[in-house]
Design a protein around this ligand. Structure first.
Ligand code: NAI
Length: 339
C-alpha cells in the first residue's frame, strides 16, 4: 500500500511528466549546485525523457550528482567540477542554465546584469565550442538580456540557430495559472493563462481575456492579479529576506519547460507553451526577442504564434512592456558587442 504522501508525490510527478517512450537525451545543468540547480537536477533525474544528466557548477556539482544519482530512475548522472566545463558539455542535446546570482530584497532583475551577463556569455561561448547544436534554456536573470547575450555570443562564433535558444518564462505561466485558479475557485490545470512579452515586472503580460476563468476577472481584482503575476517573484524575495529568490517553484517550472521541449524533440506534435525566443512578432519595432506561445518540435522552435485578440487593458500592458523590453534586449546585445 502507498502512504498518502507517496500517492501525492506520484500524482504530482505524473502531472509534471508524461511518460512518452524515451530516446537517448543527454541534458546538462550549468549552475547545478545552486538554489535552483539542485532541485532542478533532482526533478530532471525523475524525468523519464532524460537518459543522461550532466551536472556542472563552479562549486558543489560532484556532491549534488552523487546524491541525485541514487534516485531509482534509469538515467545516468555525472558531476563536473569547476575546471571540467568542456567535459560536462560533451554530447549534450539540451543545456539548462540557472548559473548566476539571484536577487536580494529591493533589487530588480536588471540589477543582476553586471554579474550574470559575463557568466552567461562565457557559458554560451563554451556551448558554442563544444556542443554547438545543443538547445539552450536560459533561466539566469535578467532573462530579457541574457537570452540576447546567448544569441549574440553564438552568432559571433558562427553557430547561432534561433530555433534552439529559449528564455524560460514558465514560472510566470505557472504563477498566472495558480493565482487565477485561486480567484476563480478552480483547479490550476483548468486555468492555464498565456503570458507574453518578457520576464521582468512590466514586461510580463498575462492574457487573462483569452482564458475562460481569467476573462471574468475585472476592476480592482484584475489589477491586483496582474500585479501579482508581474511581481510575484518579489513576494518570494521578500519572504526569503536576503536568502535569495524563487528556487523551488523555479526548479518545478524549469523541469516542466525542459520536459515540454523533450516531448517536442521526441517528435510529439502540438506541444505549445510560452517561451522567450527570437521572434518576428515585434521586429518592425526593433524588438527581436519576445515571448508568446511557441510550438516545440524536433528542431526546437517549430512555430511562433501571434498574440491573438487583446482586451483594452492588455493593449495598455503591451504599451508599457515593449519599450522596456527593447531596452533590456539592446543592453544584452551591446554587452556582447563590446566584449
Ligand atoms: P544561487 O546563487 O543559489 O545558485 C547559482 C549557482 O550558479 C551557484 O551554485 C553558483 O556557484 C553557480 N555559478 C556561478 N557562476 C557560475 C559559472 N560561471 N558556471 C557555473 N555555475 C556558476 O542562485 P539561484 O537562486 O539558483 O538563481 C540562479 C539564477 O536564476 C539567478 O540569476 C536568478 O535570478 C535566476 N532566476 C530565474 C528565474 C526565471 O523565472 N527565469 C526565477 C528565479 C531565479
Amino acid at each position: 500500500m502507498f502512504t498518502r504522501s507517496a500517492v501525492r508525490a506520484l500524482t504530482s510527478q505524473s502531472r509534471l511528466f508524461s511518460t512518452t517512450v524515451a530516446r537517448q537525451t543527454k541534458v546538462a545543468v550549468l549552475g547545478a549546485g545552486g538554489g535552483i540547480g539542485q532541485p532542478l537536477s533532482l526533478l530532471l533525474k525523475s524525468d523519464p525523457l532524460v537518459t543522461s544528466l550532466s551536472l556542472y557548477d563552479i562549486r558543489g556539482a560532484p556532491g549534488v550528482a552523487a546524491d541525485v544519482s541514487h534516485v531509482d530512475s534509469a538515467s545516468e548522472v555525472t558531476g563536473y567540477a569547476a575546471d571540467k566545463l568542456d567535459e560536462a558539455l560533451e554530447g549534450v542535446q539540451v543545456v539548462v542554465i540557472p548559473a548566476g546570482v539571484p536577487r536580494k530584497p529591493g533589487m530588480t532583475r536588471d540589477d543582476l546584469f553586471n554579474t550574470n551577463a559575463s557568466i552567461v556569455r562565457d557559458l554560451a561561448s563554451a556551448i558554442g565550442r563544444v556542443s554547438p547544436t545543443a538547445h539552450i534554456l536560459v533561466i539566469s536573470n535578467p532573462v530579457n538580456s541574457t537570452v540576447p547575450i546567448v544569441a549574440s555570443t553564438l552568432a559571433k562564433a558562427g553557430v547561432y540557430n534561433p530555433s534552439r535558444v529559449f528564455g524560460v518564462t514558465t514560472l510566470d505561466v505557472v504563477r498566472a495559472a495558480r493565482f487565477t485558479a485561486g480567484i476563480a475557485g478552480v483547479h490550476p490545470n483548468d486555468a492555464s493563462i498565456t503570458v507574453v512579452g518578457g520576464h521582468s515586472g512590466a514586461t510580463i503580460v498575462p492574457l487573462l481575456s483569452q482564458s475562460k476563468y481569467g476573462q471574468g476577472i475585472k476592476g480592482e481584482v484584475y489589477d491586483k492579479l496582474v500585479h501579482r503575476i508581474q511581481f510575484g517573484g518579489d513576494e518570494v524575495v521578500k519572504a526569503k529576506d536576503g536568502a535569495g529568490s524563487a528556487t523551488l517553484s523555479m526548479a518545478y517550472a524549469g523541469a516542466k519547460f525542459t520536459h515540454a521541449l523533450l516531448r517536442g524533440l521526441n517528435g510529439e506534435k502540438g506541444v505549445i507553451t510560452p517561451t522567450f525566443v527570437q521572434s518576428p512578432l515585434y521586429k518592425d519595432q526593433g524588438i527581436d526577442f519576445f515571448s508568446s506561445n511557441v510550438e516545440l518540435g524536433v528542431n526546437g522552435v517549430e512555430k511562433i504564434y501571434p498574440l491573438g485578440p487583446l482586451s483594452a487593458e492588455e493593449e495598455k500592458l503591451m504599451e508599457a512592456c515593449l519599450p522596456e523590453l527593447k531596452k533590456n534586449i539592446e543592453k544584452g546585445k551591446a554587452f556582447v558587442e563590446s566584449s
